[in-house]
Design a protein around this ligand. Sequence first.
Ligand SMILES: [Zn+2]
Length: 563
Amino acid sequence: MIEFDGIRFNALISKRIMQTLAEHDPSLVSVDPGQIEAKVTKGVFMAAIARINNMPFFPKVAEFGEGNLLDKCDPSVLTRGGFAPLCVDENRIIVAISNPWSTAADEYVAMRFPELEIVKIVTLTSEISRTIEAVSSNAGPSRDELEAIEVEDTDDKIKDFDVTSDYEEPMAQLIATIMASAVKQRASDVHFKVEKETFYYAFRVDGDIGKKVEIPMKLKDRLDAYLLNLMKLPAEIRNTTPGISGRFTISYFRRPIDIRYERHRTYRGYHITMRLLDKGHLDVTLGKGSLAFDEATLLAMDKVMKIPAGIIVMSGPTGSGKSTTLNAILREMNTPDVNILTLENPVEDEIPGVTHCDLKNPGEFKPMIASFMRSDPDIILMGEVRDIESAELAIEAAVTGHKVLTTIHTPRASQIIERFEQLGIERWKIAQTLKAACAQRLIKVLCPYCKMEQQGIGDKERVIYGLDDSWATRTVYNHLADGCQECHGSGYSGRTAILEIIPITPKVSDMLSKGEITPYELELKIQEEGVLPNLRNNGLKLLAEGKTDLAAIGKMIDMSTDE
Ligand SMILES: [Zn+2]
């Protein structure tokens, strides 16, 4: 089955699409429908589905969107349904759609504009969002608008902070606009920082902090106070508490998005980081989208998931998508006959049928786990092992026959055992309960619109990254230096996860316990055998497939070798 640009097509339609694409490009005849998203551009794909339905295809339509038509529609219905009315031509209404097999557009538009005949045209999903967003929110506050904000304005308490409506209060409008554009740009974090001469905000998108947007310095206290007020925190704690944590919920076209707030007092003022826990991106499935692992990795994961009891640990730096993958694993394991409990701070992805518990403070950890065990769970997800207490509890749960999924903060999978030792756990204990040590990284994917072929990798880079001579002549890809319009100048579009999995079999467990092999030696041995997925090889595989470039891999993986 095909899943393309967030749209799923059933088996019959998928077959038809594959036939049409193959007529256009014979090299696609033997491609698996599940892999098609990586093989053709969005334009080629959408043109094919338009052709099948005898509809015209337009790659750019947002400029034709008429505000007065869109104003009569509910933007969240349009966003969810993947369509947007564009303009009226005599008695006909032109509607842009991305999935011709969906009836959502016909039903809704017929209800809203009963007197008009519907004419559908096919376009890219991104164009539909652009059309809707072009009229439903403004581009961002201008310098003049910011300067015009009166710092004496009074506050009103706001319960649900809807970032897609209009506010009379200028500070509310400013923060709403910033948060709405953060969601639109798929930012994971919004930073507000006071420095010596400047006060600015910036978004983190795909792991990188983007351009700094200056805000007049005079607004720094008002903005700070406004955010604290949103969380019902008293403004005075700014001066008494060095670090403040909080959370609130914003609503983006009626879609709730949780925001996790951290504020650090600094010499010059403060640094606020707000993480957007956008659930729209979290409903991910193993083998799809950003978790489209290769077959070897999926097979290794399958084996890991079938282990009856023991600990499965996912390691990696902050922002490597560890918990997203664990949640996807949990979704796979979530059958009606198993009892799953999670203990997280915060709960990131609510899965139907799973009991989620929100950890309010670290002190709650032990009593929570104790009460957990009484409810007879089969699988326990613990947000993170960070101290001796959580490490011991994970081991205890595994010893008593539970499957435990958790994360730990180490770069390599082989360092997981040492990390448990540093926390005060004897090696034999962790060697006997750990069943799989995994590590993950998110690698940026090249923008399909501006990626370029490159013939071979130069001598110097081959030495730096330990690549053999075959790379001197292989075709790889990089991107236009300044990117293009589609990728907002970054050269990349989204990220994909790669994994390393070290299974701890009974034999390996025995050798580790007796000290006959070190975790690092085990990692090297597995790398030599070359059967199990590891970060370096999976990164190079992405490079060979033209999905990413060497710069993106080098930034995320330690590519050095001992040779
Ligand atoms: Zn581009």
